[in-house]
Design a binder for this molecule. Structure first.
Ligand SMILES: NC(=O)C1=CN([C@@H]2O[C@H](COP(=O)(O)OP(=O)(O)OC[C@H]3O[C@@H](n4cnc5c(N)ncnc54)[C@H](O)[C@@H]3O)[C@@H](O)[C@H]2O)[C@@H](O)CC1
Ligand SMILES: [K+]
Length: 503
């Protein structure tokens, strides 16, 4: 699904108004009704609702919601942030409708003296500013937001927490942004919802469809997307009845070193469960017995070194190569990694120490085969590409890195972000904090390798791998909870994840 900028969303709103066609005030009513439905299904009408309303359409939404909630017998009070300019258009109509309805206390806030008490058990509906925010909050708006945040009441943000921008918050002071318990956004999530530093501001966020015009949505171009079950399922290819193990490729995994053989075992198992026909795991001599007994389905290629990666087998037999889990960064392994890059494997996934070695040799970046998949966590990405101050800047850097070096970057996190050489960006929507555990990344690398070998294209393998990995985590969480979940549980749930998507 596409993610649009707030400017594009405004254009889609306008297209809908002109081409559905629907009057602005009616679209606002339709949007507000979605929120009303959400609220009445979750809140008892014994809770007082305090609406904080700004000068634009976000405030107009809040006014419409207040009227509809009052009609459903909720006790509502409206506080309009008054900049002395008066409301216009649909917000003005909705104000007038409230006046005529006569059920809601209406107060204008012209100074801090007008701020109301906010009881801890009240529910604040934040309709101060939405996607029309043009600059960080200051003055009375800032004080009001700080006051609301201090009170600790439940806050439901309409469309976006007031003060937060939809994309670039690099110049924003996040202490002056509403801290919502829930954010109910219209039709599309904003890009900034996928950034970790905004978690506390957004609370739980949900997308409420408001029937924006499908034509505008399909023709509007954007590099930004988020992954859905439907899209991922469309990538999974059913197996032919007469296929055999040779049909599904031969993966080479280069992993493990003395003391880190577990990474090789986890990645090997994940690779096999990802569906590769054959797997050869290349490990140092010391790991031979271990890998043979723990992963009997894998063939074993033994390094001349007892302790580490120093060489690799002829690449001709392999349809994809994965390198990195548990590798170590010793100089012999560094040399061997350079030789591997020079051998130009057609399909390559690099993780962990392979990335750490790479980041010490920027002059090797040019050796990366086109469409190689790199799977860094944020610290590894920083070593590879440099530091950034916030997630928006990091996203731009990641996009540039992918384009400039012709590689796919899978930046791991709560919403793992995948960037492609053509500039496209995908955010993952599966997974949970239980997956923040040792070996989780090794499992992802193995899975992506298993998909890449079959062969799925590098683009497909990256998207499918990330989504399935998170889905397996969600299924495993149902069995173990978050704390007790370990990386091996993810592998055990790959099967269920595939079944869930193809049922
Ligand atoms: N256009 C439409 O048809 C729809 C819009 N919707 C709502 O409309 C919102 C966007 O509405 P608007 O574009 O009117 O924008 P907003 O309601 O977000 O606010 C814009 C107003 O705030 C002022 N402003 C911006 N930044 C400020 C700041 N830092 N301090 C003080 N004043 C500031 C602007 O000058 C303008 O008057 C969405 O977030 C959504 O809630 C929904 O009703 C769905 C339909
Ligand atoms: K808002």
């Amino acid at each position: 699904m596409k993610i649009f900028t707030t400017k594009q969303i405004a254009e889609i709103d306008q297209y809908t108004i002109q081409n559905e066609p629907i009057a602005d005030i009616d679209l606002m009513e339709r949007a507000s009704l979605q929120l009303v439905n959400w609220l009445i299904h979750r809140l008892s009408n014994e809770r007082k609702l305090l609406f904080f309303v700004g000068p634009g359409n976000n405030g107009g939404d809040a006014l419409s919601i207040a009227r509809q909630m009052a009609d459903c017998d909720y006790s509502c009070e409206v506080y309009l942030l008054d900049f002395g300019k008066g409301l216009k258009g649909s917000p003005a109509i909705n104000w007038q409708r409230l006046v005529e309805q006569g059920k809601v206390k209406l107060v204008k806030i012209a100074s801090e003296a007008d701020f109301p008490e906010i009881p801890a058990d009240a529910v604040v509906i934040d309709g101060l500013f939405g996607s029309g925010l043009t600059r960080p909050l200051d003055g009375l708006a800032e004080s009001l937001v700080v006051r609301i945040n201090d009170r600790g009441a439940m806050v439901v943000a309409v469309d976006i927490p007031s003060g937060l921008f939809g994309e670039d918050n690099s110049q924003n002071d996040l202490s002056k942004v509403i801290r919502a318990s829930h954010t109910l956004t219209f039709q599309f999530p904003k890009l900034s919802f996928f950034f970790p530093e905004h978690e506390q501001l957004l609370g739980d966020w949900e997308v409420l469809p408001i029937g924006l015009h499908p034509e505008a949505i399909s023709t509007m171009r954007t590099p930004f997307h988020f992954l859905t079950d439907k899209y991922i399922t469309s990538l999974i290819r059913p197996r032919g009845k007469f296929s055999h193990k040779g049909t599904y490729g031969h993966a080479l995994l280069i992993a493990g070193s003395y003391g880190k053989m577990g990474a090789a075992v986890l990645a090997s198992k994940a690779c096999l469960r990802g569906g590769t026909g054959l797997l050869t795991s290349h490990v140092p001599h010391t790991g031979y017995g271990f890998i043979q007994s723990c992963v009997p389905e894998a063939m074993c290629s033994i390094d001349a070194s007892d302790l580490m990666f120093t060489e690799f087998p002829d690449l001709k037999s392999f349809s994809a190569v994965g390198v990195g889990p548990g590798l170590g960064c010793k100089s012999n392994s560094q040399r061997a990694l350079k030789e591997l890059l020079l051998a130009n494997p057609q399909k390559l996934v690099l993780d962990a120490d392979a990335l750490n070695i790479l980041s010490q040799h920027e002059d090797w970046y040019g050796l990366l085969p086109k469409n190689s998949i790199l799977t860094p966590h944020p610290k590894e990405f920083e070593r590879l590409a440099g530091e950034t101050a916030d997630s928006w800047s990091r996203l731009l850097l990641q996009q540039w890195f992918s384009k400039n070096h012709g590689v796919i970057v899978v930046l791991k996190g709560a919403h793992t972000c995948i960037t492609f050489p053509n500039g496209q960006v995908y955010f993952n929507t599966t997974g949970n904090p239980g997956m923040a555990t040792a070996g989780s990344g090794d499992v992802l690398t193995g899975l992506i390798l298993g998909l890449l070998a079959q062969p799925y294209s590098p683009e497909e393998a990256a998207l499918l791998g990330v989504y399935l990995h998170g889905l397996a985590g969600d299924l495993a969480m149902k069995q173990y909870g978050q704390e007790a979940l370990i990386a091996g549980d993810l592998i055990d749930h790959f099967g269920k994840a595939f079944l869930e998507l193809t049922k």
